[in-house]
Design a protein around this ligand. Structure first.
Ligand code: SF4
Length: 456
């Protein structure tokens, strides 16, 4: 008997990673030292461009669903030692990296980058521009909280060189907004979008969240109607990750208010149906873009890649990430900075870096990362092409993964042929579960210790 999608969601709802990296962050090791990171940065890699990230952890208030590394404060003076630490960290890092390498992507995330006032927005961008070589056509993007935002913030971002914005919208229903302590009106969102377009930002992304307390399919359809009217270029629709054992403030959300699996499926179906009808293409896990967007073209050309910022067209960039908790990445190393604000600042004041943990990837890690990424980005994997790229016989090398995939194939989530695996339309809801079949660390992990949010 064929399982319904709801039965499949219930069956496959297990803790699982989102694979913005492999190995995933819980497997980074504290034995990875500052010397290891200095070695990684010192490897000449002229063929690899750069992607810069700055983490601004400050927020005016706490959204109860928040899963980010953030500090809720109304004390603006806290930004000053933090900006000083960022400058020091950038200076030490830039001194280790070939100045001829070009920055193709630059992103500020948080927290709330627009917590910074317009003067400090210019100051931070200047720090980055004076130490790194930004390409004229670089993608320069910033996450924006519509609340507390002034036109002056947006003007500062635009004149500093930002060309893309990502707004946190999440849900427009007043009851949901109250339940998560993030109240923002339609008029406010409309206003900030109008300003952004007047100022000439070329790409606008809106973030939504499904699975929030008090959310119903009907209420979320109303949110989606508004969002479609606002006509963003891209949308990210994340599933709320309820992990109160990791994020204590999520205990402020009443579990009884959270939608159950049937409602979550209804929410997901409403997203797919309404965004599809409005002309958006589902890129894969959580992301949608207009049919003429470069992410869609990259998916068609099989050049799409996935990293800590989600889907990207810049596969071969090293990510240099600055700030508390941020994660950097070279071809075969991940490094995460200290996750505590005070310790981050202390460490940087001493050495210019704040390495907390990291990992040097083995060849097997890199092969498995590529396999997981191909499935997440291309929604298929060609055994011969993959095998020749890595010099392996795919079906032998991945005999373990193919065995683990067999029950998922039997449930219709993917097809496993003689020459390729292909994710089915139903399987798009289960990309994390499919990726998990390639994950050697999960197999070796201690049983029953929850490290991730549920996959569905
Ligand atoms: S604004 Fe963003 S980072 Fe800050 S609390 Fe809300 S969700 Fe978290």
């Amino acid at each position: 008997m064929t399982s319904t999608t709801l039965e499949l969601l219930q069956k496959y709802s297990v803790p699982g990673p989102r694979y913005t990296s492999y190995p995933t962050a819980p497997y980074f090791s504290t034995t990875f030292s500052e010397a290891d990171w200095v070695d990684a940065l010192s490897v000449p890699a002229p063929e690899r461009d750069l992607s810069l990230y700055a983490h601004i952890p400050f927020c005016d208030s706490l959204c109860y669903y928040c899963g980010c590394n953030m500090v809720a404060t109304r004390d603006y003076s806290k930004t000053q030692p933090y900006l000083a630490a960022l400058e020091k960290e950038m200076a030490r890092t830039a001194a280790l990296v070939d100045p001829a390498r070009v920055v193709r992507q630059l992103h500020w995330g948080g927290g709330t980058p627009t917590y910074l006032n317009p003067g400090d927005i210019h100051r931070l961008m200047e720090m980055m521009r004076t130490r790194f070589t930004l390409a004229d056509d670089a993608e320069v993007s910033c996450e924006v909280d519509p609340r507390e935002l002034t036109r002056g913030h947006l003007e500062a971002l635009r004149t500093a060189g930002f060309n893309r914005l990502s707004f946190g919208v999440q849900d427009m229903d007043p009851d949901v907004q109250q339940a998560v302590n993030r109240v923002q009106s339609e008029a406010l969102i409309r206003q900030v979008l109008d300003w952004s377009r007047e100022l000439g930002f070329s790409s606008i992304n809106l973030d939504l969240i499904v699975g929030l307390p008090k959310q119903t399919v009907e209420s979320f359809r109303r949110t989606l109607e508004r969002v479609v009217e606002w006509a963003p270029d891209r949308l990210a629709v994340f599933a709320y990750a309820h992990v109160p054992w990791l994020k204590k403030h999520q205990n402020l959300i009443h579990e009884a208010d959270l939608p159950g699996s049937a409602a979550r499926l209804g929410l997901q179906q409403a997203v797919n149906e309404m965004l599809g009808a409005a002309g958006y293409v589902n890129i894969g896990l959580d992301h949608f873009a207009r049919a003429d967007d470069e992410l869609v073209r990259a998916q068609q050309n099989k050049t799409l890649w996935r990293n800590f910022q989600g889907y990207t067209t810049h596969k071969d960039c090293d990510i240099l990430a600055f700030g508390v908790s941020s994660i950097s990445q070279t071809a075969d190393v991940y490094m995460q900075n200290d996750k505590n604000l005070r310790r981050y600042e202390d460490r940087v004041s001493k050495t210019g870096l704040a390495v907390e943990r990291g990992i040097k990837l083995s060849r097997d890690d890199r092969i498995r990362r590529d396999a997981i990424t191909r499935v997440m980005c291309d929604l298929e994997l060609d055994f011969a092409a993959f095998g020749s790229e890595w010099g392996i016989a795919f079906t032998d090398y991945f005999a373990d993964a193919l065995a683990a995939l067999a029950p998922l194939a039997a449930d219709g989530l993917l097809t496993v042929g003689a020459d390729r695996i292909s994710v089915t339309p139903t399987g798009r809801l289960f990309l994390r579960n499919i990726g998990m079949c390639f994950d050697l660390y999960l197999k070796e992990a201690a049983a029953n210790k929850p490290r991730y949010s549920r996959t569905a």
